[in-house]
Design a protein around this ligand. Sequence first.
Ligand SMILES: [Zn+2]
Length: 253
Amino acid sequence: MTARFPAAAAELEQWRDQGRTLPVWWRDDDAIEPTPALERLLQAAAGFGAPLHLAVIPKPATSGLADRLRTENAVCVLTHGWRHANHAPTDRKKAEFGADRPVASMLEDIEAGRRRLAGLFGSRALPVFTPPWNRIAPELVEKLAGAGFKVISTFMPRVSRFAATGLLRVNTHLDPIAWKSARGLLDPAQLDAQVAHELTARRLGQADNAEPYGLLTHHLVHTEPVWAFTQAFLALLAQSGVATWTSPLHEVG
Ligand SMILES: [Zn+2]
């Protein structure tokens, strides 16, 4: 599997030589119900002993999903917005929780989402908020801790450990899907270079290695090449000898 990731594999070899540890986590977005694609995702995670963090859309989430996950000991649920509805004007990037609505009504949606997931999934629902399209108004971020969340998760290496008082940031980093074209797999060489670059930055102390390195997937839209890439990346981590699966809550005191 290292053949797919020549640069990342070489970088990980340096980590191994230096006795370093890479904390990793896996977030998969947009689940609402059991599907064949979800089964495939669960199988992939189980095959690598990887804890899976499903970012579930609260409003349409079904009790069928809760029933399906009941026997899955390594699967947690994160709050993925409320309805995954776009409220941004057509000339702006999509957002459910952007700057286009009053903070109070957005907060009501977020609290309703948290309550609904707690009701459906119990303790499997973690206090982690993942805004749809990874976008959220800064004024709203300030309110999340008060709404019961301990972590916010978007995309890109974090620049600071806390997003707001009492709210840690644990982002995702590697998203293999080409959203701007046909939603297939991005150029594998580019993905390999990205992983290598981000891990080098961590090794050199230019990026925060306390933030678990996050794989971000969207099982409902995976093409075969995206599934194959996901498997290969999981194998790369498994073979590296330096990656340790962790929880986005691991820094919460
Ligand atoms: Zn989403």
